[in-house]
Design a protein around this ligand. Structure first.
Ligand SMILES: [Zn+2]
Ligand SMILES: [Zn+2]
Length: 289
């Protein structure tokens, strides 16, 4: 089993890098959970080198309160350095730890090309692409009151439509290798009346791009309480031959390989017997299970 989406830090202030021994301990925990290889894919906004270019060119809308809340996220969670992060992971990899050098890259309209340019200087194995932001709205931060309130003031159809357009953009950009939590817009439990119509649009956008899509157990930790993507969307991706990865989106060591036995049972039920992994951004296949 492969866990290609994991984080070093929870969503709290502080970006202290682990030691090599700590990373080794995490790999041991992952192995104990049945995970043979993991990718460390920290959020792009936690790194000063990315924040500098992204915040200068990111096109944002939203109320002053929403913008202030967005700035607050970047201010309190930032501070890490990409050079140190990549050096730590490549060194650990060289010493034999079963991990990939990755990053979870936010879709930020206006800033995507500039961010991609910064990233070309580093030897990443895999770049995940994520839509968390619609303008200044961090829609999956449903436990932050200012972000949660937006769900009550917008039309669910408009929100889903904007989200699908953003994923389409990101998938076609060529900047990332995997679309993370492809239908995370469902996270807070708000679904449009024509859910199937939106899923069809999302599935078509993913199928015509050259990205892999992750199957993630993280949705089981959220109000929606189901994996990403939904069973229906996953079946359509399988039918279209879209490469798939598996992910826990762990933000704590105990979440590595979270409910992977159940996740891999879902894949087996759908007849999916190969998944994708990556080496220096080149996709390869791995036997599922
Ligand atoms: Zn994410
Ligand atoms: Zn993540």
């Amino acid at each position: 089993m492969l866990d290609l989406h994991t984080h070093l830090w929870p969503h709290e202030p502080g970006t202290r890098l682990p030691s090599y021994d700590e990373l080794g301990h995490w790999c041991e925990r992952a192995t104990a959970a049945g995970v043979q290889q993991l990718a460390v894919t920290e959020h792009s906004h936690r790194f000063d080198e990315i924040a500098r270019v992204a915040r200068a060119s990111w096109t944002r809308d939203g109320s002053p309160a929403l913008r202030a809340a967005a700035d607050h996220v970047w201010d309190v969670e930032g501070g890490a350095h990409l050079d140190d992060y990549v050096e730590l992971l490549t060194t650990a990899q060289r010493r034999g730890l079963p991990l990939l050098v990755g990053l979870e890259v936010d879709h930020l309209p206006g800033a995507n090309d500039a961010v991609a340019e910064v990233l070309t200087a580093y030897p990443f194995d895999v770049l995940l692409g994520s839509v968390h932001w619609l303008g200044s709205w961090l829609f999956d931060a449903y436990d932050t009151p200012v972000f949660a309130a937006e769900w009550d003031s917008r039309s669910v159809d408009d929100v889903w439509s904007a989200y699908v357009d953003a994923v389409d953009d990101l998938a076609r950009s060529g900047h990332v290798d995997v679309i993370a939590h492809a239908d995370v817009i469902k996270v807070a439990g708000r679904r449009p009346a024509d859910l199937a119509g939106f899923e069809d649009r999302l599935g078509a956008a993913l199928a015509r791009s050259d990205v892999a899509v992750e199957v993630s157990s993280a949705g089981w930790r959220k109000p929606i309480n189901e994996p990403y993507p939904s069973m229906r969307l996953l079946q359509s991706l399988r039918d279209a031959g879209v490469p798939l990865t598996t992910a826990s989106d762990a933000h704590r060591v105990e979440q590595l390989g979270y409910r992977f036995d159940e996740l891999y049972a879902v894949l087996a039920r759908l007849g999916i017997d190969t998944i994708a992994t990556f080496e220096r951004r080149s996709r390869c296949t791995f036997r599922a299970g």
